[in-house]
Design a binder for this molecule. Structure first.
Ligand code: PMP
Length: 389
């Protein structure tokens, strides 16, 4: 029996993650090293998925592995804090200027924690977020009326079109004094990896201040684009941020950051404090890997990787491929992402199931050249031109 057949018997649809499923069934990874993944049939691909943007240094980076292994030999998890969570929080503070941090195990959990913090801090219920943006799988951030989500959840969430100033102003005027937070991804992947307008974001900051709502930026994907996250490019001071992916060096992670005053509901001694545990939160293996991975990803490395991404995007664009994104994150816009996925996979490139390409520092110029050629060969520019209109 094939592994896919075995999987279908014990996992619904044969998969654990909807986000890695491609019909009829994805290949299985058996080995990752640097920029290359080998599947169960021995086929090798250049990894442009990088576990959905999280493997900033590709697979099995020796320094990251050494840090994680050393940590693991001293114990993988404790019912006590370890110094490593303090070190990673200090590192994040230095990169971002954001005062305090709390760790968890995924971006989904970080967004849940962020919303809880915002509601606890403001004493308000309503959350504003934007159409098409993905913030993980929490009830409040999936589509209103999504199967399995209580209808009442949508009463506490307002979904607006991003970059529509009129809609934002009207919503703030009507509901502003009930809004705990506005949650924005400045370059939402699912919505096509298009950036939020600068003017719009400035107005959003002003309006949230005016109405006493918090401005929360989801940097789970975009953190890799600048030393302290994409919001720095906007000159923006968010009240809360959620991060994940690259900050865990390839291990499960999430975190929120904010001013001490905003995160004060989590202070255990406070009367009425928000109680938030997490058996594996801030485990020393993730923390050690994250500290090492981020240490190897300074502003020079970030700029270099972004430059390579910009060059690849220009090349694809010049070849007639519809491609969005910024820096090291690219998004192919094609009518049938599954067809593109398989077409690229056969040509030796692994992308996201929605056409996302995320570069890693493990890629050489030759890898990137091969990725560019594979995309040009895999995509018919006529199709993508129609799609992007
Ligand atoms: N927020 C954003 C912007 C994301 O892109 C994602 C995941 N791709 C999440 C939150 C959820 O993160 P995780 O998959 O680690 O739960």
């Amino acid at each position: 029996m094939s592994i896919a057949d075995r999987a279908r018997q014990v996992l619904p649809g044969g998969t654990t993650r909807t986000t890695v499923f491609v019909p009829p069934h994805p290949p299985y990874a058996v080995h990752g090293e640097g920029a290359i993944v080998t599947d169960h049939r021995g086929h090798q691909v250049i990894d442009c998925n990088n576990n959905y943007t999280s493997l900033i240094h590709g697979h099995a980076h020796p320094d990251v592995l050494q840090a994680a292994t050393e940590a693991a030999w001293s114990g993988t998890a404790f019912g006590l804090p370890t110094a490593s969570e303090v070190t990673l929080a200090e590192h994040l503070r230095e990169r971002t200027g954001i005062e305090q941090w709390r760790f968890c195990n995924s971006g989904t959990e970080a967004v849940l924690m962020l919303l809880r913090a915002a509601r606890a801090h403001t004493g308000r219920d309503l959350i504003v977020r934007f159409e098409g943006s993905y913030h993980g799988t929490g009830d409040a951030v999936v589509s209103p009326g999504a199967p399995g989500v209580a209808r009442s959840v949508s009463d506490s969430v307002l979904v607006l079109p991003q970059n529509d100033l009129e809609a934002l102003t009207a919503a703030m005027r009507k509901h502003g004094d009930r809004i705990a937070a506005v949650l924005i991804d400045l370059m939402p992947n699912r919505a096509g990896l298009n950036r939020a307008d600068y003017e719009y974001v400035a107005k959003l900051r002003a309006l949230t201040r005016q109405y006493g709502a918090l401005l929360a930026v989801d940097e789970v994907i975009t953190f890799r684009l600048r030393e302290g996250g994409l919001h720095q490019e906007y000159g923006l001071q968010p009240d809360l941020v959620s991060v994940g992916k690259v900050i865990g060096g390839g291990f499960p992670v999430g975190a929120i950051g904010g001013r001490a005053e905003v995160l004060s509901p989590f202070v255990p001694q406070t009367p009425g404090a928000v109680s938030w545990g997490g058996t594996f939160s801030a485990n020393p293996v993730t923390m050690a890997a994250g500290i090492t991975a981020l240490g190897l990803f300074d502003s020079q490395k970030i700029a270099e990787l972004n430059r390579r991404g910009d060059e690849l995007r220009s090349r694809l664009h010049d070849a007639g491929v519809a491609v969005h994104g910024s820096g090291s994150l690219l998004r192919l816009i094609a009518p049938d992402p599954t067809e593109v996925w398989w077409s690229l996979y056969r040509r030796g490139v692994l992308c996201g199931t929605n056409g996302l390409l995320a570069l890693s520092t493990a890629m050489t110029p030759t890898h990137i050249e091969r990725v560019g050629q594979a995309v040009i060969d895999a995509i018919d520019p006529k199709d993508t031109a129609q799609q992007s209109q």
